[in-house]
Design a protein around this ligand. Structure first.
Ligand SMILES: Cc1cc2nc3c(=O)[nH]c(=O)nc-3n(C[C@H](O)[C@H](O)[C@H](O)COP(=O)(O)OP(=O)(O)OC[C@H]3O[C@@H](n4cnc5c(N)ncnc54)[C@H](O)[C@@H]3O)c2cc1C
Ligand code: SF4
Length: 434
């Protein structure tokens, strides 16, 4: 007999074969031309537009929306890509409800913003769908730059450097480029292999060589890169995962949420094993993605537990609503005390929390049944050869620059990583041409 949501343990294929395509399809399909024109017509094309100020990459939002309104989506896409070369991915994954759309004057006045994210997706998909790359490189400068990490920060940096005429080599330890765009972002935000297609499109600028399976610290050293290249950019992200520091954490069935999500992105969905009763510990986007996708894989019950209140949760209200609408239960104000079980996890004991004079204090306890537990309480920098004691990297030191999640001030947002990679490229260019 095949498995079902009620099958005990951590098993694959809980759903009928046809259910997976539906469950993991595009969460918000692209506008058609008419819908885009109607949505664009709601924009007031504000002077000193607050939406533009709220965008970490400072896209000229009123301009691109006007270009859509006047029937020139390719020009709109070029406006977006000029500031954010990963504007296609950002249109899919940006928490716009906390950024541009939160401050849109239509949101402030009427509680319904201009749908900036969906308009951005319409424009970028239109141009990318034609296979057109909108920029050409400047004349060769003869300078060589090494970029370590092919995530959003590294790719944005590499593209901007190539545009300026430099020769760029990207070193990436994984088998595929894309960073968390390829291995992290939820499947339903980026279906149909979009991350890989976007990288292929970005590389059409020319002048960028990507070397995958090459790890800084293992296959190449920072000294070698500094000797061989005129500048080095580090965009290595955060590979380490914080521990729960609760007993029983090593029991079978307890897993890092990021590993589960990476497996999901790289596998056929029916082949991914999931528990019957899943508990996700954490309150960020990773926790939401692990919880929602467990439910979509057919887990019978999924509970997210976050140690503080709803207002402190780093996942946006939109993400939290998405989780609850997908059937995930969220418990606020509880922290794990002990993972229970003999050889495999059978439950988790939590304590309700409250603010005390010395920080968060534990109160009454309760137990949740679980055969799978996902840890999603944040990532850390594990880059032994280049950083000490988990401290984030400084933005510039000699001929080495850093940006994205691994650098001080990194915000755990794709769009911020893109902005930092692009800005580092500008700084590198200025320094190389001085
Ligand atoms: C599960 C999950 C879901 C998320 N969802 C969203 C979302 O919906 N929206 C959003 O805005 N943000 C989201 N984020 C955050 C976002 O993905 C990151 O902020 C962003 O990817 C950071 O980009 P980066 O380039 O700094 O790092 P990464 O994307 O982590 O890329 C770093 C790259 O460097 C490589 N690397 C690391 N060490 C080495 C080495 N020594 N040598 C060579 N290569 C190395 C890695 O393999 C990786 O490819 C999510 C994060 C996670 C974990
Ligand atoms: S704030 Fe809203 S209405 Fe004003 S320019 Fe931006 S998207 Fe348009």
């Amino acid at each position: 007999m095949s498995n079902s949501p009620l099958t005990p343990g951590v098993v694959a294929a809980r759903l009928p074969a046809g259910a997976y395509a539906d469950n993991f399809s595009d969460v918000q399909p692209v506008f058609d031309r008419h819908e885009a024109r109607v949505a664009a017509d709601r924009c007031y094309f504000c002077h000193d537009a607050p939406c533009m100020t709220a965008c970490p990459t400072s896209i000229d939002i009123p301009l691109f929306i006007r270009q859509i309104a006047t029937g020139t989506p390719d020009a709109a896409a070029k406006t977006i890509f000029a500031q954010n070369i990963l504007g296609g991915m950002c249109a899919r994954v940006c928490p716009t409800e906390q950024l541009c759309e939160e401050v849109c004057v239509r949101e402030v006045a009427e509680g319904k913003p201009v749908e900036i994210g969906r308009l951005q997706r319409f424009a970028t998909d239109t141009l990318m769908g034609k296979g057109v790359h909108p920029f050409t490189r400047a004349a060769a400068t003869g300078k060589k730059v090494a970029v370590v990490g092919a995530g959003p920060a590294g790719l944005a940096c590499a593209h901007r450097l190539a545009l300026k005429g430099h020769e760029v080599t990207v070193f990436e330890r994984r088998a595929k480029p894309g960073g968390l765009n390829e291995y992290g972002i939820a499947t339903y935000k980026t279906p149909e292999n979009f991350a890989a297609r976007e990288v292929e499109w970005l590389l059409k600028i020319g002048g960028i060589t990507v070397k995958t399976g090459v790890e800084l610290g293992r296959d190449v050293t920072l000294d070698q890169l500094q000797a061989e290249y005129d500048a080095v950019f580090l965009g290595v992200g955060l590979a380490g995962v914080n521990a729960l520091r609760a007993s029983g954490e090593d029991l079978a069935g307890v897993r890092n949420a990021v590993d589960f999500i990476a497996e999901l992105r790289q596998s056929d969905k029916p082949a991914v094993a999931v528990g019957r009763d899943v508990v996700v510990i954490g309150g960020g986007m990773t926790a939401v993605d692990a919880a929602v996708q467990s439910k979509l894989l057919g887990a019978n019950s999924v509970t997210m537990v976050y140690r503080r209140g709803k207002d402190k949760m780093s996942a946006s209200e939109y993400e939290q609503d998405h989780a609850t609408q997908s059937g995930v239960r969220i418990i606020y104000g509880a922290a794990p005390v002990k993972v229970l079980g003999t050889s495999a996890v059978e439950g988790v004991e939590f304590a309700y929390t409250h603010d005390g004079p010395n920080g968060l204090e534990m109160g009454e306890t309760f137990t949740l049944k679980a055969d799978q537990v996902f840890k999603a309480i944040g990532q850390t920098l594990t880059a032994a050869p280049i950083a000490k004691d988990g401290a984030k990297l400084v933005k510039q030191q000699g001929k080495i620059w850093a940006g994205g999640d691994c650098a001080a001030g990194g915000e755990d947002l794709t769009v911020t990583a893109v902005a930092e990679g692009r800005d580092a490229a500008e700084a590198i260019h200025a320094s190389l041409m001085a």
